[in-house]
Design a protein. Structure first.
Lengths: 114, 110
């Protein structure tokens, strides 16, 4: 029973292509996130959605567009891929409300742009 | 601007020893401080967390010490084992945003 699942796990593509990463969570959480982990292992938040609404949008190129069809899914579409987009992208989810609970992370998608 | 500073970047500890990782923050709006453990090829997983009204929290071999006035917190791993070898991240939450430290690569040697 995977809590937060991402597909694909690995993605190798050429510069200039458009690609999507899908994420689904079965935890009943209403907040989902995309994080980017660079080659130095630094984790940085990119987007956060709460009940399908965008609530956090960090300084991310507009080539990156998240889409949340429902609160259990958050996909990431990337246009015109660049070499610098190579990284591991993590989807995560958490509960919202008064309590500050943990974020559950997926296994990650290793994107390599060649 | 790194809102959560973590040190050391890497740490080697002998089996049975104590591993200590330190973090410092600046934003007083942070209200929840988790530590995550990440193994190669896996996503980060919550290890232990603390709220700022508590000075220490212990779960098994893992302890968080929290100093609100100094805006510092640390993770102690007692009786460190080879299976503890991983990258550890401290984090701090404000609203729905989780800000991570830069990570510590911990290696436990026999």
């Amino acid at each position: 029973d995977t809590a937060v699942s991402q597909t694909p796990k690995y993605l190798v593509t050429q510069m200039g292509n458009d690609k999507s990463i899908k994420c689904e969570q079965n935890l009943g959480h209403d907040t989902m996130y995309w994080y980017k982990q660079d080659s130095k292992k630094f984790l940085k938040i990119m987007f956060s959605y709460n009940n399908k609404e965008l609530i956090i949008n960090e300084t991310v190129p507009n080539r990156f567009s998240p889409k949340s069809p429902d609160k259990a899914h958050l996909n990431l579409h990337i246009n015109s891929l660049e070499l610098g987009d190579s990284a591991v992208y993590f989807c995560a989810s958490s509960e919202t409300g008064g309590a500050r609970t943990e974020a559950f992370f997926g296994q990650g998608t290793r994107l390599t742009v060649v | 601007q790194q809102q959560v500073k973590q040190s050391p970047q890497s740490l080697i500890v002998q089996k049975g020893g104590i591993s200590i990782i330190n973090c410092a923050y600046e934003n007083t709006a942070f209200d929840y401080f988790p530590w995550y453990q990440q193994f190669p090829g896996k996503g980060p997983a919550l290890l232990i967390a603390i709220r700022p009204d508590v000075s220490e929290k212990k779960e098994g071999r893992f302890t968080i010490s929290f100093n609100k006035s100094a805006k510092q917190f640390s993770l102690h791993i007692m009786d460190s084992q080879p299976g503890d070898s991983a990258t550890y991240f401290c984090a701090a939450r404000s609203g729905e945003k989780l800000t991570f430290g830069t990570g510590t690569r911990l290696t436990i040697i026999p």
